[in-house]
Design a binder for this molecule. Structure first.
Ligand code: PHE
Length: 344
């Protein structure tokens, strides 16, 4: 009897060792635990037989039975740990989160179309070697008018409907208000653009706003000519509209430039074929410009006998309207989300 029981215990032990080698999930582990340690297990059956073993052999058989039981329990324990580790590793691989990684900022809104295209404009000119300077939104009479050759009482003042503050300062009517400062503070070669908000005291309609953005440009050095101006502006317009564009100079009057004029571009809507927007001409008059008046150079302390320069000023909204086919300038400041969201 003793040998039979010992034999069965050994067989059970080696059987268990084989079985536990293949445990890969907790369901299988539960099955084996019941099979080897449960109430109806082979071990229970064998233990029942210990009573039938002779008195003097019982201690030996009982000891072996306990060893086999402890062996199986440790197999269960090892398998449990292995399965837990495997689960952990799988989670780490699949659900990996680096808590030290920088967060992803949720997108809340987007830049206003004016901001977007102002940035594009600045990038284009910066790539051509221009610096960017911001204007004062409220400035004095001298900088907005007198320093650009529009003395008090000059009839040209009527061309700029002006908002005056009570202390006789000006909500700048154009970014030319920075021409004098920029030329005074820098030494040639001077290449500056001044993007900024301007104000005009006039009735609004689809093409006119009391508040709008201008981009002024100033280039002063020895030997600067009109050709440089046309080339600079053509380069800008081609980069802005992302297509080939022709420019031409149409004489016009501004007190601070001589000769002064307008730049006209190939109509970007019909590519010069003639349409409603360009009134069939194929051209769009888009900005004021010219060679800086010698008086304006001198007022800024630049010797007009050795230096020349050009300046321009254009309204940014007009360009955005052409680029995106927008028919009313008032949309820009209306705060209508249906409009704004189209530029996300
Ligand atoms: N300041 C002018 C305007 O507001 C534009 C301009 C700038 C014209 C520079 C010539 C030279 O209309």
């Amino acid at each position: 009897m003793k040998n039979e029981v010992l034999d069965n215990l050994d067989k059970l032990g080696s059987c268990a060792r084989d079985d536990f080698k293949n445990v890969t999930d907790s369901k299988k582990l539960d099955e084996l635990r019941t099979k080897y340690l449960g109430r109806k297990s082979a071990l229970t059956d064998i233990l029942k037989k210990v009573k039938e073993v002779k008195q003097e052999d019982r201690a030996e058989v009982g000891k072996r039975a306990n060893e086999v039981k402890a062996g199986i329990e440790s197999l269960v324990e090892t398998a449990t740990k292995t399965i837990e580790n495997q689960k952990l590793e799988k989670n780490l691989k699949e659900d990996w989160k680096d808590v030290t990684a920088p967060g992803v900022r949720p997108q809340r809104g987007s830049l206003h179309p004016i901001t977007q295209l102002m940035q594009k404009t600045e990038d284009i000119f910066v790539n051509m070697g221009f610096e960017v300077e911001m204007p004062y939104e409220i400035d004095d009479d001298y900088h907005n008018f007198e320093s650009v050759n529009i003395p008090k009482g000059h009839p040209a003042r009527d061309a700029w409907d002006t908002f005056w503050t009570e202390d006789k300062n000006v909500l700048i009517t154009h970014t030319s208000s920075m021409q004098n400062r920029v030329m005074k503070n820098k030494k040639p070669p001077i290449r500056i653009i001044v993007p900024g908000k301007c104000f005009r005291n006039e009735a609004t309609d689809a093409r006119h706003e009391h508040t709008f953005y201008q981009v002024e440009g100033i280039y002063v050095d020895k030997g600067i000519t009109m050709t440089d101006m046309l080339g600079t502006l053509k380069t800008y317009f081609e980069a802005f509209f992302e297509k080939d564009i022709d420019v031409k100079f149409i004489p016009d009057y501004f007190p601070f430039v001589e000769p002064g004029g307008q730049i006209a571009l190939t109509c970007v809507l019909c590519d010069g074929k003639g349409c409603k927007v360009c009134k069939g001409s194929g051209w769009l008059e888009i900005l004021g410009c010219g060679m800086i008046h010698p008086k304006v150079l001198e007022m800024a302390g630049i010797d007009s006998t050795s230096y020349t320069g050009f300046a321009w000023g254009f309204g940014l909204e007009r360009l955005i309207m052409l680029k995106h086919n927008i028919n009313d300038i008032r949309l820009f400041h209306k705060g209508d989300l249906r409009f704004i969201k189209q530029f996300n």
